[in-house]
Design a binder for this molecule. Structure first.
Ligand code: GDP
Ligand code: MG
Length: 440
């Protein structure tokens, strides 16, 4: 896939002291192939490569002390720009309700996303949305939305499956005005392929309710096809934004990269699962990181440089090497890491974090960390340097002193032990095998 391929190239150049024009050319060849393989539109690829090459052979890299890093940074920045740069917000009508039409092919995720969007609008924006069932063709489509409405405890407007979709939309809008809804979210019908009847109906609906947003819902798994679909929907309806669904799956990323470039319409939200809370504002920068498979490593590096005391870091590294790392040092390290910010956010930024299933949804309990700190603080100097002397009665004392339990003390000791073992392994590794991972 795109990330593996790019990562290989990046790893090759990461350690380079100097980057030549030939290096850049070779890298760009790989990047180009990787993007094409990921099903990114070829015109988009061509422009992208030109843009990155120009910057990469320029002053910015050649004069830099860390050219490899610099190229990665450029690729990431350009990927981000390709996906729209900044995060793009949902429209708010001057006079409520804000009308949103959800369009797209059958199975793209329109109905599910309508429910998710309603949930997000209520939860994060404190808005009151009305769901509108205007897909009268797909069997049970109305029922599907009504079920979602029930789960959310939100009203669903419907006139049954014999009504005309344009009438449904019009009447729903009237109702929303009367009952002071903030948003009207219209779930429309899709087809397996784009056809004229469908488009005509959507055009009439657009004419009738004058939507503030027409969201094209696109299945991210469909790659290049998704781009063609987006293009024709855009030509006929003038979409105002894209919602990419199924980004939780094993997508190649091509759709995300091309859609913005081809339509000019921003990707506003991303579907990350089937559940009703699995919709997130789309962040171009985070997506670029994900495509590169490097997490938000650059942000992390920047943050770390700002927050971590260089002297202390060197000292700790030295201790690791000589295996004299104690629980006191561990405490010190926890403190340094916490200065960086909320831990669950940090974890998501780690390189490779995207490969570990479930990690994206991890919630680090800050209270848990505080308990670990309390446990270490309740130890004597000797215990912190030689934890092997901590017997049952000492454990009881430590647990009591820190307001925790013996199990928690045990868990911490075990973790520390494993950590030391891992450090030994890392420091014993032959040179060159240590893949650019620096401590802390
Ligand atoms: P519609 O035909 O466009 O209305 O599509 P639906 O909303 O009925 O969704 C089709 C299928 O895709 C359903 O099984 C959804 O649960 C699933 N789906 C929608 N969005 C996502 C998503 O973000 N992630 C995953 N994994 N599945 C999704
Ligand atoms: Mg549907």
């Amino acid at each position: 896939g795109l990330s593996e391929r790019l990562q290989q190239v990046m790893n090759r150049i990461r350690g380079k002291g100097k980057v030549t024009e030939a290096d850049v050319k070779e890298m760009m060849r790989e990047v180009r192939l990787a993007l094409l393989e990921a099903d990114v539109n070829f015109k988009v690829v061509k422009d992208f490569i030109r843009q990155v090459s120009e910057r990469a052979v320029g002053q910015e890299v050649m004069k830099s002390l860390t050219p490899g890093q610099q190229v990665i940074k450029i690729v990431k920045e350009e990927l981000t720009a390709l996906m729209g740069g900044e995060q793009s917000q949902i429209a708010v009508a001057k006079k409520p309700p804000t009308v949103v039409m959800m369009v797209g092919l059958q199975g793209a995720g329109k109905t599910t996303t309508t429910g998710k969007l309603a949930n997000l609008l209520r939860k994060r924006h404190n808005r009151k949305p009305l769901l509108v069932a205007a897909d009268v063709y797909r069997p049970a489509a109305i029922k599907q939305l009504e079920t979602l409405g029930k789960q959310l405890d939100m009203p669903v407007f419907s006139l049954g499956e014999h009504a005309n979709p344009v009438d449904i939309a019009k009447q729903a809008l009237e109702r929303a005005k009367e009952e002071h809804y903030d948003y009207v979210l219209i779930d429309t019908a899709g087809r397996l392929h784009i056809d004229e009847t469908l488009m005509d109906e959507l055009k009439q609906m657009k004419e009738a309710v004058k939507p503030d947003e027409i969201f094209l819902v696109v299945d991210a798994m469909t790659g290049q096809d998704a781009v063609n679909v987006a293009q024709s929907f855009h030509e006929q309806l003038g979409i105002t934004g894209v919602i990419l669904t199924k980004l939780d799956g094993d997508t190649r990323g091509g759709a995300a990269l091309s859609i913005r470039a081809v339509t000019g319409a921003p990707i506003k939200f991303a579907g990350m699962g089937e559940k009703l809370d699995a919709l997130e504002p789309f962040h171009p920068e985070r997506m670029a990181s994900r495509i590169l498979g490097m997490g938000d490593v650059l942000t992390l590096i920047e943050k770390a440089q700002a927050a971590v005391d260089e002297e202390k870091a060197k000292e700790l590294e030295q201790k690791m090497r000589t295996a004299t790392f104690t629980l006191d040092d561990f405490l010190e390290q926890l403190g340094q890491v916490r200065k960086l910010g909320p831990l669950d956010e940090l974890i998501k930024m780690l390189p490779g974090a995207n490969k570990i299933k479930g990690l994206a949804n991890i919630q680090v309990d800050e209270k848990q960390i505080a308990r670990v700190e309390a446990i270490i603080r309740s130890m004597t100097k000797e215990e912190k340097t030689h934890p092997e002397i901590i017997n049952a009665s000492r454990k009881k004392r430590i647990a009591k002193g820190s307001g925790t339990t013996v199990q928690e003390v045990n868990r911490l000791l075990k973790q520390f032990d494993e950590m030391k073992k891992m450090m030994k392994m890392m420091t014993n590794m032959p040179k060159g095998k240590k893949k650019g991972f620096r401590f802390p």
